[in-house]
Design a protein around this ligand. Structure first.
Ligand code: RNT
Ligand code: ZN
Length: 412
């Protein structure tokens, strides 16, 4: 089908494909660096990988150095339409020095900023509160030992400073997202004191105010992790309250809730209490397994909520998955494109008509429309978008992905 025919098919439903395409071109996706190397990073490690997050698989081609990771990223972005962002973790520093987490400085990340400037990418950042001997108890900012808390507070402060300097250099605010693995394997007798300690540590860490044009604080909750099944200190209620009271962003990770919860449903509620939202778009399978995101109902509903509730302007879309059983660059490309495809579908829906049917309690018409529009030629509009942005779509994508993977599979 030609694009013009597709355009006419959507126009028949009152939808302008050109408006949808120009909106889609303006939505940056923050791609997570850690899919490229199985969440290992570039420091000399001092602890267990820990934190209950784990990449499984041993597909050849894992990036072992910042240069390899950047090469993989450049290829991946060249397969993804539009201009996007890179989400870095503090353990991905690029330096010959070996600073401990409480010694990191902006200079250790300057090569990333130079590269991002060169590539026209925005950056986001995360302090790394795992994979370190001082996190081996699965307690960091809420640890009963004051010295350990102070170590991690210092790491968090430095991360915020680094993020702010990155934002200043790039002229685009860097979201600095705080996730700590803190929790208990077995049922704790005291849940209050750890939560008070976490709150106090966060307050100390974030005492210095930064210009919102440079850096935005975000906090990420979690239900449970491997090794912290009984209690996570930074639960959803903890951070929902914290973000509301303190004015930070709230990060909703799609793998961090009960499996039957609909994370898309949370957006409109959260948006009434916090100014801005950070998403970690992910695909949990039975647990927080971080599978590559598909164009499935969960992702489609997320995109629909962002569009129908008018939340695109105050939601930062980040990805969080890691699969080491397939080509890591393909994982990035497929997952990021799926997020964009979901957004495109949402942008191509006849919202006025649907909302009007709903408000008139005409749920029959609503259902007819939601089901009939599933047959519209989304693929043709997506192919047009890829074409205009100079990236492949359809079967030609396969050979490009395979060819790149073949070139990196010899890495040791
Ligand atoms: C862990 C959180 C967190 C991490 C990254 C690496 O459960 O989802 O976002 O995946 O910080
Ligand atoms: Zn996450």
């Amino acid at each position: 089908m030609s694009y013009d025919s597709a355009k006419a098919a959507f126009a028949d439903w009152g939808v302008d494909t050109e408006t949808a395409l120009s909106k889609l071109a303006e939505i940056p996706i923050s791609m997570h660096c850690w899919q490229g190397d199985d969440v290992v990073g570039f420091e000399a490690k001092t602890g267990n990988s820990g934190g209950g997050i784990q990449a499984t698989g041993n597909h050849p081609g894992r990036a072992r150095t910042p240069d390899e990771l950047r090469a993989d990223l450049e290829f991946s972005y060249s397969m993804i339409p539009g201009k996007h962002r890179l989400n870095l973790h503090a353990c991905y520093l690029d330096t010959d020095q070996n600073p401990d987490r409480d010694e990191i400085e902006y200079s250790h990340f300057a090569p990333w900023v130079d590269w991002a400037t060169d590539q026209g990418l925005g950056l986001d950042f995360n302090p790394t509160f795992f994979a370190h001997e001082k996190a081996d108890d699965n307690l960091t900012l809420s640890h009963p030992d004051q010295g350990i808390r102070e170590f991690w507070i210092e790491h968090g402060k430095r991360s915020r400073d680094i993020a702010a300097q990155m934002g200043a250099a790039l002229g685009s605010p860097v979201v600095n997202n705080i996730w700590v693995p803190d929790g208990y394997k077995d049922t704790p007798v005291d849940r209050m004191e750890p939560r008070q300690r976490l709150e106090n540590s966060l307050d100390t860490m974030m005492a210095t105010k930064h210009d919102k044009a440079q850096m935005l604080d975000a906090v990420e909750s979690k239900l449970f992790g491997i090794g912290v099944e009984a209690c996570t200190v930074g639960s959803h209620e903890f951070y929902m309250g914290y973000a509301t009271r303190k004015g930070t962003l709230l990060c909703l990770d799609m793998g961090h809730f009960h499996p039957t919860e609909n994370v898309a449903d949370k957006l409109s509620s959260v948006a009434l209490s916090v100014d801005e939202i950070l998403l970690h778009v992910s695909r949990p399978m039975r647990w927080d397994s971080d599978h590559v995101i598909l164009l499935d109902d969960a992702i489609l509903q997320m995109a629909q909520e962002l569009v129908s509730a008018g939340l695109l302007d105050r939601t930062h879309i980040g990805l969080d998955f890691f699969d080491a059983t397939i080509s890591r660059t393909a994982a990035w490309v497929i997952g990021t494109r799926n997020m964009q495809k979901a957004l495109l579908r949402a942008l191509l829906a006849p919202w006025d008509r649907l909302k009007s049917a709903e408000n008139n309690l005409d749920y029959t018409s609503r259902l007819v429309v939601t089901e009939e529009i599933k047959d519209l030629p989304y693929a043709t509009v997506w192919a047009e978008f890829c074409d205009r942005m100079g990236v492949p779509s359809g079967q030609s994508l396969i050979s490009d992905l395979h060819q790149y993977q073949a070139g990196v599979s010899g890495r040791g």
